[in-house]
Design a protein around this ligand. Sequence first.
Ligand code: MEV
Length: 429
Amino acid sequence: MTQDNHICSRIENMRGLDPAQRLEAVGQAAGLSPEDLNILAGRDVLDMARADGMIENVVGKFELPLGVATNFVVNGKEYLVPMAVEEPSVVAAASYMAKIARGFGGFKTNATAPLMRAQVQVLGLGDPHAARQRILSNRDSLIAAANKKDTLLVELGGGCQDIEVHVFDDTPVGPMVVAHLIVDVRDAMGANTVNTMAEALAPEVEQITGGTVRLRILSNLADKRIVRARVELPPEALDTKDLNGADVARGMVEACTLAIIDPYRAATHNKGIMNGIDPVVLATGNDWRAIEAGAHAYAARDGRYTSLTRWELTADGGLAGSIELPLALGLVGGATKTHPSAQAALRLMDVTSAVELAEVTAAVGLAQNMAALRALSTEGIQKGHMALHARNIAILAGATGADVDRIARALVASGDVSAANAQKLLTDD
Ligand code: MEV
């Protein structure tokens, strides 16, 4: 059962439609305005003046396909998920796994408050441990000074909440003290807010410690801004044409185990997770480098790089998947506000807080990982990839409309998925 939100994320035969039909279906399902549909279609979205204002030395704009993943149910609410990405299979795989999951309650998530860290580095100290204690003794006045820098955030229920101090006794540049500001940034990604606070506090930190402040900058290891998602499936949910679901589930657990114990596998495994996460981050105008940095740093937090997900067999032979990672995503500020496509994408998702956006995004990452493990532990990924790759080759060779699928199928059946073969098949018609 899903909550009574107006969106239904199940759109029949989405892949069989053409882009205009899909747009219409998505618009109807999500109740979007014609203006939003125009923007999602990418028609003259980012005017040159706006693009020129966003970064420097602008010469043009760069386009990517925007897909919509269907079938997502997260905490009982239906979501259509915008994904900007160049890699075939990603949107299809997420949608397919979400379709399987929705039959069994979909994805369940939870998250911490949106707490970001900023670091203030202090050097030139002979007594770093005493300096740490001096900072902690001034905790309340430092928090108050930080919060003076963003009274609106405080009014919204956020603001600097705590100060941590880390000591590095012996570094090549002498003892080092690093004060951390822990800031609830509410619906912002938070970089600007915490950087401003860290810079503002520097003189007071110098005065308190007697040292010299150098860096004043956020940490992308946002380990206090954690999002978790899980999914639970009975074995029959994983039945394939040739395999029984219990075997598939066991294969997925074994595949995940390699990612847990071996960084060489974990890197690829986590890349697959980011295949789901980054396209949502990009489509919603968020900072995907920050998300990447945070995810991989978190995966190595215990000193050894490992998997961001866990797949386990439940007591009754089912499969339980879970993911935990930091996701510093915002709804306000930056490109989320200035890029019209990001705004339309957020309206399509119908999220009302940055935490909700992060929770859905984590669920997409888990779905993507589920798809990869399911494919890798059974038939491998090349068969599915090849089918989609064949579509691209058919289009490049000039196929249009219904011919695209027909030529793609013929390419796969022939075992020669090449442009030359696609040309031949088209001219043989
Ligand atoms: C390809 O972009 C992603 C995968 O390699 C992820 C994985 O191996 O888990 C399929």
